[in-house]
Design a protein around this ligand. Structure first.
Ligand code: HEM
Length: 414
């Protein structure tokens, strides 16, 4: 970056630069950094050290999520879903709403969904490996998380492609020309869709998340249609692209690191630590943020009440104070206290499911391919919130014995 200060609110910054040196310098010299106002956008604080970010995540009394939790909403002055959508609700209402949603994440529900993730993933990966080449992002990754959340929510098969399209434009865009208007329209489409689903489930409930929300109460008050719709939206937005980008990044990372893939392929490591290292490495949500509720002293400076404070996973997950050789991708890394899922009261509700999805992709690749390599140019997304790849052409070397075992198991109905 030649010593200049990059604009962390501008999506182009992440598409055009490697910020590794910038983050290292901030962690060492300026752990509480002020991004000055630019044009008509206000300034904001930037935290880059693991310990500071954990402390802010933990402290939802001094640092609120109710006026937004990502730069886009924080800089716009707030989030219209505050106090209703889990991620932008604080205090006792947040705890009660989280408890309602957790009903839908019971071990029984999750084990059923995990089984479907496994079947779906093995079917997609085995077909792709047999075909020899594919765009891993478009043909595999785009079909796993969305199917998982749709199972959780009870979204019918016929509506899934439509929802995938809308979530893609609501959160990030594959090309720099995607406009704010496109994302507003996409967001409205999703909200309208869940409004219709909510009405249906009130009349005819099942055991899916939409039904759980549509038939639950907090303090004796049934959740309103808005509450139901916004929280469905939150699951689909929170759980689709994040997991998708993580599994795409995993494949890209292993394609470049034959030695690390060998350790996975030869069962030298369990998949659990591998998945955590994949998450640390990908850090698909680059930041989250909070608004200070009162004046807070940190590193000899004062964060004023009302100031926006951003917490950068991209930096915390490479913090040399916490990770030995942070710039090395090590499938056996232990301990691995990455912050990819955040920390504290808002810790990711879908962490378990996301890990299952990534683990099943790796397990299927381990069983069906001896290796894989990039087969063409990679396309990155444009966003100041998410980082990752939207197009990843891959060529597979098939594992004939593994594929044969899979075919035999399928024809035996296992
Ligand atoms: C919260 C990351 C997958 C649903 C969070 C937070 C992070 C995160 C960092 C904390 C936000 C904050 O503190 O403001 C990720 C990553 C994922 C992932 C990296 C995939 C690799 C999922 C999935 C779901 C989901 C699969 C749903 C099925 C949520 C929800 C919250 C949340 C509802 C809000 C929790 C609360 O406020 O109490 N996620 N997430 N996420 N995530 Fe995830």
């Amino acid at each position: 970056m030649n010593g200049e200060i990059p604009d962390l609110a501008d999506p182009r910054t992440f598409a055009e630069h490697d910020l590794g040196d910038f983050w290292r310098r901030l962690r060492a010299e300026e752990p509480l950094h002020w991004q000055p106002p630019r044009g008509d956008r206000s300034g904001f604080w930037v935290l880059s050290r693991h310990a500071d970010i954990m402390a802010v995540y933990r402290d939802d009394e001094q640092f609120s999520s109710e006026r937004g939790n990502v730069l886009v909403t924080l800089l716009a002055g707030g989030d219209s879903a505050a106090g209703r959508m889990l991620a932008v609700t604080d205090g006792p209402r947040h705890q009660k709403l989280r408890k309602v949603l957790l009903k839908a994440f019971s071990p029984r529900a999750l084990s059923r969904i995990s089984e479907r993730v496994r079947d779906n993933t093995r079917r997609l990966v085995s077909a792709a490996v047999e075909g020899g080449e594919c765009d891993f992002a478009a043909e595999i990754a785009s079909r796993i998380p969305m199917a998982t959340i749709s199972d959780l929510l009870g979204v019918p098969e016929s509506d899934r492609d439509f929802l995938l399209q809308q979530t893609k434009s609501a959160l990030s865009s594959d090309d720099a020309d995607g406009t704010d208007l496109d994302s507003v329209l996409a967001r409205n489409e999703i909200l309208l869709y869940f409004g219709e689903q909510c009405e249906q489930r009130r009349r005819n409930p099942g055991d899916d998340v939409i039904s759980v929300l549509a038939t639950s109460s907090i303090d004796g008050e049934p959740l309103s249609e808005d509450d139901v719709v916004l929280n469905c939206y939150s699951l689909i937005i929170g759980g689709d692209e994040t997991s998708r980008l993580t599994m795409i990044d995993a494949v890209r990372t292993f394609a470049d690191r034959e030695d690390q893939w060998r350790r996975v392929k030869d069962h030298q490591v369990d998949l659990d630590p591998v998945v955590d290292e994949v998450l640390r490495w990908a850090s698909p949500t680059m930041h989250f943020g909070r608004r200070a509720v009162r004046d807070v002293e940190l590193h000899g400076r004062t964060i004023r009440a009302g100031d926006v404070v951003t917490l950068w996973h991209s930096s915390a997950n490479r913090d040399e104070r916490v990770f030995a050789e942070p710039e090395v991708f090590d499938v056996a890394r232990s301990p691995n206290k990455h912050l990819a899922f955040g920390y504290g009261p808002h810790y990711c509700l879908g962490a378990y499911l996301a890990k299952v999805e990534v683990a099943e992709v790796l397990s299927a690749l381990r069983d069906f391919a001896t290796g894989f390599e990039l087969a063409g140019p990679v396309q990155r997304i444009h966003s100041n919130f998410l980082t990752g790849i939207s197009s990843l052409p891959v060529r597979f070397a098939p594992d004939a014995a593994g594929l044969e075992r899979h075919r035999a198991a399928r024809s035996a109905g296992v």
